[in-house]
Design a protein around this ligand. Structure first.
Ligand SMILES: *Cc1c(COP(=O)(O)O)cnc(C)c1O
Length: 394
């Protein structure tokens, strides 16, 4: 096996895959098979018992998916990773895996809409309670930990207000108490932020977003140490069953190759658009972690490489003005999701966060005048001209 260098950009292209183990195919083949054959009953028995390495059945493991998992583990600085059929399959595996009935989950104030829904479901069905907290001071974190708290679930940047949480601070408090820290790293990708290296236990992605990067796949990923990931594979993946297909794994392997260059461009474009938005007279407020005036700019510098590709902003005007503005856009597409080549705009209060009760939306600072942009890879001038023209029209 040839020696590899250890830099992120290189690992994103070469990690987890050796051509000479696959008929010298430069790119990982798509092993589109549901099952694998054994040459004898003994071999089959030995694979099941773990005495012999080898594939059995694609819900348990598959060579294309395996290459993806190995590459992601390297990129996150974890020992092992798992691929899921969606980001929510990864989120639910982590939350189901590390709670039992009557436990408590401490959460960042503001989580993805469907994660919010899942927390409600766990409460209704298994009496697993949760608390939302800003997690911004040790006192705030400690005072919200209960004797039955088994995990702390974090999004940073928080969708859609882009507040950040200091991962090292939370992880050190959790570690002393034996509580698992789970981080949804979708917005940052391992290129911008590596939570495992800050002491967190589990990192999750909706790989549908920046990792896939082309708006053509729904997928999830999870990484951590050997013990945690092996446990989750056995309990919350194999038997629940939300595994990724070989073709979708192949799309993610392909997406990862350009992750670093794409992220650089997403971030550069976002910095320019945020600067222009801040100067525009129709803009009330811009939420962008790469902005020096952002309340958590110092946390950004501490744990992120750059500010990311997402910007939220509040428009001055009525809901009618906002509708008019968005409907005028010619190039920017109205859609949820993020991390695609195309710039996307959405309205959290009526779309991604519509499931969150109004009272809690207020708590999360999601007003009806808030819009979220996922900055794409187009020429930034074209993105801005489209936004400026629409803003000028109200
Ligand atoms: C999209 C998203 C999810 C859910 O991922 P799916 O792939 O759509 O299941 C979870 N967390 C965040 C932050 C997301 O943006």
């Amino acid at each position: 096996m040839k020696k590899k260098t250890s830099r992120f950009e290189t690992k994103a292209i070469h990690g987890g895959y050796e051509p000479n183990e696959h008929f010298d195919s430069l790119t990982p083949p798509i092993y589109q098979t549901s099952t694998f054959t054994f040459s004898s009953l003994d071999e089959g028995a030995n694979r099941f018992s773990g005495e012999e390495e080898g594939f059995i059945y694609s819900r348990i493991s598959n060579p294309t998916v395996d290459a993806l998992e190995k590459r992601v583990a390297e990129l996150e600085g974890g020992e092992k990773a798992l691929a899921f059929s969606s980001g929510m399959a990864a989120v639910s595996a982590a939350l189901i895996g590390f709670t039992k009935k009557e436990d408590h989950i401490l959460c960042s104030k503001g989580v993805y809409g469907c994660t919010f829904g899942l927390l409600q479901l766990l409460k209704e069905k298994y009496n697993i309670d949760h608390t939302f907290s800003s997690l911004d001071t040790p006192e705030e974190i400690i005072s919200n930990i209960r004797s039955n708290t088994t995990c702390i679930y974090i999004e940073t940047p928080i969708n859609p207000t882009m507040r950040l949480i200091d991962l090292e601070k939370v992880a050190s408090i959790a570690k002393e108490r034996g509580i698992k820290v789970i981080v949804d790293n979708t917005f940052s990708t391992p290129y911008l932020q590596q939570p495992l290296k800050k002491g967190c236990d589990i990192v999750i992605h909706s790989a549908t977003k920046f990792i896939g990067g082309h708006g053509d796949v729904i997928a999830g990923l999870l990484a951590g140490n050997e013990e945690i990931v092996t446990y989750l594979k056995k309990t919350a993946q194999k038997d629940i069953g939300g595994v990724l297909s070989p073709f979708d794994a192949w799309l993610l392997l392909r997406g990862l190759k350009t992750l670093a260059v794409r992220m650089d461009r997403h971030c550069e474009n976002a910095e320019k658009i945020a600067t222009e938005l801040k100067k525009h007279s129709k803009i009330q407020r811009v939420y962008f972690p790469g902005d020096q005036d952002h309340p958590d700019y110092s946390i950004m510098q501490k744990q992120m490489k750059k500010g990311g590709g997402l910007i939220s902003f509040e428009v001055k005007g009525t809901l009618e003005d906002i509708k008019k503005m968005v409907d005028q856009l010619k190039m920017v597409r109205i859609a949820v999701s993020l991390g695609d080549a195309e710039t996307l705009i959405q309205h959290p209060a009526s779309m991604t966060h519509a499931v969150v009760p109004e009272e809690e939306r207020k708590e999360m600072a999601i007003s009806a005048r808030l819009l979220r942009l996922s900055i794409g890879l187009e020429a930034w001038e074209d993105i801005w001209e489209d936004l400026e023209e629409a803003l000028d029209s109200i």
